[in-house]
Ligand binder design. Structure first.
Ligand SMILES: Cc1ncc(COP(=O)(O)O)c(C=O)c1O
Length: 417
C-alpha cells in the first residue's frame, strides 16, 4: 500500500513555515504576524495526541475544530473510508441522483434527531449550513407569499461562521466590521438615550463601536427598534417622567430629520416610511417603566408611540412583576410575587389589546413563564444572554418552545458599558 510520504515530501520545520507563509492563508489570522512568528506544523496524530514537525506531542483538547470527537487513527474509520473511496469516491446529488451512504446517513440522522426533523441537506461546513439555512428560510417565506420576511434576528456575540452569511447572522462586531455591510441585521438600539444625555446628532457617524443612524443606513438598515432606557430614574415616580422625556426627545429628533427617518406607529406605517427611502423607527422601552400597572398610563405611552416594553425592571420588583435582577442590583428578593400579580395580568391583556409587544427580559423564570402563558400575542426576549449569565434558568427551553424572537442588542448605552 502507498504511504503518505510518497505524496508529501519530508521537509524541515523552517521549510514548511516558509512555504506556508508564501502560499497558505489561515482563517481568523493576521497573516503578517503569523509569518513573523512561524506556523506550528502538525504532522500526525494518534488517539487524543497531536505531533508537530519538531516532534512535540500535544493533547488535542479542542478535538481538531470540535470535529474529531472520535479521536485520531481509528482504523475502522480509515477502512470504511478506504472501501468507500474504492467503490465510489464521489457523486453529486444535483441531477436526480443519490447514493447509498447519503441515503443511509440521512435516515440515521432523522432517527436520532427530534421528531420534527424529517429531511437532511448535506453541506461541507457549519458556515455553508448557515448560508443554506438562510436561503431555505427566505425561500420558504417567498413560497408562503411573504417575500418581505428577509430579516433574521440573532443574539449578541453569536457565532454562525465566517462566510458573508455567517458573519451577517453573527453578533460579533469585529467580524461584521470586516468585509463591508452585512446582509442581514436587526435588533434594538438605545440611541435616543445618547441624544438626550449627550446631545449627539445620531445621523452623524459616532466614533468607536456603537450604533448611529449614519452607519446603520449605510449598511442598509431601514427599520429599527429604539429602546429608550430610563436609567437612573428607577422608581414609580421618576421612571414614567423620564420615559416621557426620552419619548419627546425621540419625536423631536425624528422631526428634525424627517427627510431621513420617521417614528412608526404600525407595521403599515413602517412599510410606507421604508418605501419612501427613510428609516422606520419603532419605540420601545428598556427595563420596564414602573407605571404601577396603570392601564391609563400605558394607554398614553402607547398613544405616544411605545410599541414594546420590558415588563420586568433591571432593578427590583415593580408594582406588577418580580425582577430576576432584583437581588443583584437592589438587594431585594426575586420572588416577592412569585411571578406577576393580578394587576400584571390585566396589564398583559391591555398590552395585547393595544398591540404593545411584551418583552420578557429580566423577568424571573416564573415571570417569563407566566407572561408567555398569559399573553395572547407572541412575546420577545431582547436580552436573554445578559440575564442568563447572571441567573441560572431554564429560559433557553422556554424560548425554544414559545418565544417569537430574540433580538441582537447593539452596544449603544450612554457610556457603551
Ligand atoms: C453555531 C455555529 N454556526 C456555524 C459555525 C461555523 O462552522 P464552520 O467552521 O464549519 O464553517 C459554527 C462553528 O463553530 C457554529 O458553532
Amino acid at each position: 500500500m502507498s504511504t503518505i510520504s510518497e505524496f508529501v515530501p519530508t521537509r524541515s520545520t523552517a521549510e514548511w513555515q516558509t512555504l506556508d507563509s508564501a502560499h497558505h492563508l489561515h482563517p481568523f489570522t493576521d497573516h503578517a504576524a503569523l509569518s513573523r512568528k512561524g506556523t506550528r506544523v502538525i504532522t500526525h496524530a494518534e488517539g487524543v495526541y497531536l505531533y508537530d514537525s519538531d516532534g512535540n506531542r500535544m493533547l488535542d483538547g479542542m478535538a481538531g475544530l470540535w470535529c474529531v470527537t472520535l479521536g485520531y487513527g481509528r482504523s475502522e474509520l480509515v477502512e470504511a473510508a478506504r472501501q468507500q473511496m474504492l467503490q465510489l469516491p464521489y457523486y453529486n446529488s444535483f441531477f436526480q441522483t443519490a447514493h447509498p451512504p447519503a441515503i443511509e446517513l440521512a435516515r440515521l440522522l432523522v432517527e436520532v434527531t427530534p421528531a420534527q426533523f424529517k429531511h437532511v441537506f448535506f453541506t461541507g461546513s457549519g458556515s455553508e449550513s448557515i448560508d443554506t439555512v438562510v436561503r431555505l428560510v427566505r425561500r420558504y417565506w417567498e413560497l408562503c407569499g411573504e417575500p418581505k420576511r428577509t430579516f433574521i434576528i440573532s443574539r449578541e456575540n453569536a457565532y454562525h461562521g465566517s462566510t458573508v452569511a455567517g458573519t451577517s447572522l453573527g453578533g460579533m462586531d469585529y467580524m461584521r466590521a470586516q468585509g463591508g455591510p452585512p446582509l442581514l441585521m436587526d435588533g434594538h438600539v438605545h440611541i435616543i438615550n445618547r441624544v438626550y444625555w449627550e446631545g449627539i446628532d445620531a445621523w452623524q457617524e459616532q466614533p468607536g463601536i456603537g450604533w448611529d443612524y449614519a452607519r446603520a443606513r449605510k449598511a442598509g438598515v431601514n427599520c429599527v427598534i429604539d429602546n429608550i432606557g430610563t436609567y437612573g430614574a428607577w422608581n414609580y415616580n421618576y421612571s414614567p417622567k423620564q420615559a416621557l422625556r426620552l419619548i419627546e426627545t425621540a419625536h423631536r429628533f425624528a422631526g428634525k430629520h424627517a427627510d431621513k427617518m420617521a417614528i412608526a406607529f404600525s407595521v403599515a406605517d413602517a412599510r410606507s416610511i421604508m418605501a419612501s427611502g427613510r428609516v422606520a423607527v419603532f419605540l420601545g422601552c428598556e427595563s420596564g417603566i414602573d407605571h404601577e400597572g396603570d392601564i391609563e398610563v400605558l394607554g398614553a405611552l402607547h398613544r405616544l408611540g411605545l410599541r414594546t416594553i420590558q415588563f420586568a425592571t433591571q432593578t427590583g420588583y415593580n408594582a406588577f412583576s418580580d425582577s430576576a435582577l432584583a437581588a443583584l442590583q437592589g438587594g431585594q428578593p426575586t420572588d416577592t410575587y412569585k411571578g406577576i400579580t393580578e394587576r400584571g395580568r390585566k396589564l398583559v391583556a391591555e398590552m395585547n389589546r393595544l398591540g404593545v409587544l411584551i418583552d420578557i427580559t429580566h423577568g424571573t423564570d416564573a415571570v417569563q413563564m407566566q407572561l408567555i402563558e398569559a399573553s395572547r400575542a407572541p412575546v420577545v426576549a431582547s436580552q436573554g444572554r445578559r440575564r442568563s449569565k447572571r441567573v441560572s434558568s431554564s429560559e433557553d427551553a422556554i424560548w425554544a418552545a414559545r418565544c417569537t424572537a430574540v433580538m441582537f442588542v447593539s452596544p449603544c448605552f450612554r457610556n457603551s458599558s
